[in-house]
Each structure stands twice: as structure tokens, then as C-alpha cells.
Design a protein around this ligand. Structure first.
Ligand SMILES: Nc1nc2c(ncn2[C@@H]2O[C@H](COP(=O)(O)OP(=O)(O)OP(=O)(O)O)[C@@H](O)[C@H]2O)c(=O)[nH]1
Ligand SMILES: [Mg+2]
Length: 462
């Protein structure tokens, strides 16, 4: 990111994906947008482009600078500042969706004076012109990449400004505290009520509680954006890869009667009742002399340590040598887990009738029996409190989490200084630090460095 605040240039990009399609959309934004497009675009009504009404589609022709014949018939719409997505003059051109044609139209716009847009630059300009706060700008990308209804709903809520509003309120509260404290520091003779007692502390604690509530949504935010990390594990040959294939709906992983078939972890993204799941098939757990298999097993353990949900698969048609160690209840520090009895088409070995296995889900990857019940159980486990979940709340992302954690640490230090009756300057300093960190979430004037990082993840034309 070289010039995040320089919006004096006019940028152009193709906003639709690369490839053949019925139509393609190009966008031009900036102070010269109408002038630049006007150089190469002739409206069908014979009037100059600048004379066209805003926010309506007009028929027009595009002319490349070195050819008298028109390049294409297009529809053009003008969105004049500030009533546009970017807050600048914005022109949208719809042409036919050919790969070569779209490229030529873009080249023509660039030759007429536009600069190629960087990824996310349109949304970045929208942020810089106050159309969106940073959480909303990030939500634009979340909306685009949402893979399930729930992820989409959360992203839409963030885009609507729900998270930004909560953070904004928190910021306003803290600002009030800082202002009060600084007035007291600056004008000690003015007899301002220092308010350093219980009332001040209560306001600080309320801010801390809000921060904690926001931080508690981080897991949910990660799950919505990246999926519930769901690890399928168990002994070799019990049907772990078969289960992955059954849930994915096609033959993704190799299945064979040879124990030790899966060596590396295999990941697939699936949608279970609207929940995004990152499903991970692993190498079967056993003592192995084979170095590659041992490396695979090490990966299984690593995946398990990072799992949100563990699916423990057993071959219930046979008695397992480790049956005594198997539990239907999750261990205290383990991720939420489900015990899955596979191969029930072959019958159930009596050892699995023990009462502690009553909660196991019986499936057959061969016949498909029980898979619906498994999907229900997955949904219930993830949304039922074992994994942090609250679909109504705004869910923060990793960047927000980092800012809010720093804010929390500063607030805790401020609180300690206050209770130890340290000079108010120290308390004010920490409150300021907390304010800065919270400000980074929604973006203030001094957040240039973070912008590059956020918008680089966008696609060009957004
Ligand atoms: N009858 C029956 N056979 C099954 C079922 N699920 C899997 N199998 C068979 O069990 C064998 C092992 O299946 P896999 O899915 O490769 O088992 P795995 O747990 O991934 O095995 P490893 O990768 O070696 O640890 C294959 O021959 C499958 O066809 C089932 O529900 N019923
Ligand atoms: Mg396997």
C-alpha cells in the first residue's frame, strides 16, 4: 500500500469474474470518472455523457482510441458523488461478457486516463469517504466469500453496521471517561468532580464486560468464516475416509480394505444444515513401524489438538481392542466430540451395548443409514453450547480480536492503577491506549497501515 489516502486519481477495473459470460461490468471511480469515460463512450441519445441523468441505465457505444468502429454497445450508469458506492463519481459500464472484449474495454478506459484499481480499492475508497467503517468494509468480503446461509447472515449483519455500532458505543463510553479524567488533570483548580471512586470504576467495568462479550464471539466468527474444524479420527480401517466421502457426497478420499490407507490429512469444506464445516480425514491411530504412517499419525494428533469437533469413528461390527478406553462422553479438555458406530450394516458387536455408549450415533457409510441423524447431531453439538455459538451476536474476526485484546489489557492495567490510587495521568494513559486499540477496529484517521492488509485480500473491482 503506497498511497492509501490518495483518491485524487481515477481508477478502473472489471468488477465481474474473469471468463466468458452474458455480460461484464466495469467500474470507474474518481474525480475524473465521468470525463474519462466521456472520452470513449458516446451515449445513443447523442448527448454528452456528462449530461446524462444519474443512477439510470443509458445505451451507449464504446470507442477504442485507435479505431473508428465502435468496440461494443454498452449500458452506462452514472453515480455522482457523494451518492455512490465509493462516495466519488462512479461510472458503471455493462458490456458483453467476452474475455477479449472486456479486456479491450478496460484498456480503452486506461488509455483514456484511468489508473488500474488495486484489489479492494473501490471499497477502500468507500471507507475513506466515510461510506463504511472498517468492519463493514471487511464484511463486504465476508458476504462475497460466505459459503453457507449462516455465514452469509452474520456477514450481512456486520455489513449493516451492527458490530461497528457496538464498538462505536464502547469507544464513546471510554472517550467520556478519558475526557473526564483529562479535564481533572488539566484543570486541577477548577474543582471538577474527580469521580475516581466507585462510579468511575463501575463505568470501567461495564466497558470491560462489553469487551469480554465481543471477544467471546471470536470462535463463532472464525467458525463462520473458516468452518467448524471437524476431525474424523479412530483406528485404521474403521471407515473414516468412507465417512468423509459420505458426508462430502463424492469419492474424495481413497477407501480400501487395507488398514493404514490414509497417510496424510484430507480436508473438505461442507455445509451441514447451514453450518460451514471443515471436515478433516486423518490417518488411523495405531502403533506403526512405517515412517510415513507414523508421520501421518502425528498429523492426526496435531489436527485433533486444534479441532472444534472430533468425530471418533469405530467399527461397531467388531469388538475393538481399545473398547475399554473409548468413551461416549467428551474428555474435559478435549474438543466437543461425537462417537460414531460405523458398519452397522454388518451388525453390532455386543461389546458396544455397554450403557456408556448409549449416545453413539449408528451409521453405515455403505448403505447411508444414520447419516441424517449424524448431520442433526453435528448441528446440535456445534450450536448447543459445547462450541461457543450465538447466532444473534455480531461475530468478530481475527483482526478485531487482536485489537480488542490489546484494548482489554490496557483497560485492566488502567483499572489496577485506579484501585491502587496511582496518579490519574497513568490511568488516562492506559485509557488512551485502549481507545486507540478499539479505534483500530472501526478505523480512524490514523489506520493507514492496516488498510493495506485488509484490502489486499479483496478481489479487483470490489
Ligand atoms: N460393510 C461396511 N463396510 C464399510 C463401511 N464403511 C467402510 N467400509 C469398508 O471398510 C474398509 C475401510 O474403509 P476406509 O474408509 O478406507 O477406512 P479408514 O478408517 O479410512 O481406514 P484407514 O485410512 O486405513 O485408517 C473399506 O473396505 C470400506 O469399504 C460400512 O459402513 N459398512
Ligand atoms: Mg482412510
Amino acid at each position: 500500500m503506497t498511497h492509501p489516502l490518495d483518491s485524487s486519481s481515477t481508477i478502473a477495473a472489471v468488477a465481474t469474474p474473469f471468463g466468458e459470460g452474458a455480460i461484464a461490468l466495469l467500474r470507474v471511480s474518481g474525480p475524473q470518472a465521468i470525463e474519462i469515460v466521456g472520452r470513449v463512450c458516446q451515449p445513443a441519445n447523442g448527448r454528452p455523457l456528462a449530461a446524462l441523468a444519474s443512477r439510470r441505465q443509458h445505451r451507449a457505444q464504446i470507442f477504442s482510441t485507435n479505431d473508428a468502429a465502435p468496440l461494443d454497445d454498452v449500458l452506462v450508469a452514472l453515480h455522482r458523488a457523494p451518492r455512490s458506492y465509493t462516495g466519488e463519481d462512479l461510472v458503471e459500464l455493462t458490456c458483453h461478457g467476452g474475455i477479449l472484449l472486456t479486456q479491450r474495454v478496460l484498456e480503452t478506459l486506461l488509455a483514456a486516463g484511468a489508473q488500474p484499481a488495486r484489489p479492494g480499492e473501490f471499497t477502500e475508497r468507500a471507507f475513506l469517504h466515510g461510506k463504511l467503517d472498517l468492519t463493514q468494509a471487511e464484511a463486504v468480503m465476508d458476504v462475497i466469500s460466505a459459503g453457507t446461509d449462516l455465514a452469509l447472515r452474520a456477514a450481512r449483519e456486520q455489513l449493516a453496521g451492527r458490530l461497528g455500532a457496538r464498538v462505536g458505543d464502547l469507544r464513546a463510553d471510554l472517550l467520556g471517561l478519558v475526557a473526564h479524567l483529562e479535564a481533572y488533570i488539566d484543570f486541577p483548580d477548577e474543582d471538577i468532580d474527580p469521580d475516581t471512586g466507585a462510579k468511575f470504576l463501575a463505568r470501567l467495568d461495564a466497558a470491560l464486560a462489553t469487551l469480554d462479550a465481543l471477544l467471546a464471539t471470536a470462535d463463532q466468527g472464525r467458525i463462520l468464516r473458516e468452518g467448524v474444524r471437524t476431525v474424523i479420527f479412530g483406528e485404521p480401517n474403521v471407515g473414516k475416509s468412507s465417512l468423509l466421502n459420505a458426508l462430502v457426497g463424492h469419492d474424495r478420499a481413497i477407501v480400501s480394505p487395507t488398514p493404514g490407507t490414509t497417510r496424510d490429512t484430507i480436508e473438505e469444506f461442507i455445509n451441514v444444515r447451514g453450518l460451514p464445516l471443515r471436515l478433516i480425514d486423518t490417518a488411523g491411530l495405531r502403533e506403526s513401524a512405517d515412517a510415513v504412517e507414523r508421520a501421518g499419525i502425528a498429523r492426526t494428533r496435531q489436527s485433533l489438538a486444534q479441532a472444534d469437533l472430533a468425530q471418533h469413528v469405530v467399527d461397531a461390527s467388531q469388538s475393538s481392542p481399545t473398547v475399554k478406553e473409548i468413551n461416549a462422553e467428551p474428555l474435559p479438555d478435549a474438543p466437543a466430540s461425537l462417537l460414531i458406530f460405523n458398519k452397522i450394516d454388518l451388525g453390532l458387536d455386543p461389546c458396544w451395548n455397554a450403557p456408556k455408549f448409549a449416545g453413539a450415533i449408528r451409521v453405515s457409510c455403505r448403505t447411508g443409514a444414520g447419516l441424517d441423524a449424524l448431520a442433526d447431531a453435528i448441528y446440535a453439538t456445534v450450536t448447543g453450547g459445547q462450541v461457543a455459538w450465538n447466532p444473534g451476536a455480531a461475530a468478530i474476526n481475527a483482526r478485531h480480536q487482536d485489537c480488542l485484546r490489546r484494548a482489554r489489557a490496557a483497560l485492566v492495567t488502567a483499572r489496577e492503577a485506579l484501585t491502587r490510587a496511582e496518579p490519574p495521568e497513568i490511568v488516562a494513559l492506559e485509557l488512551r491506549a485502549a481507545l486507540d486499540a478499539i479505534g483500530e477496529v472501526i478505523g480512524g484517521a490514523d489506520t493507514e497501515e492496516i488498510l493495506g492488509e485488509i484490502f489486499a485480500k479483496f478481489c479487483i473491482g470490489k
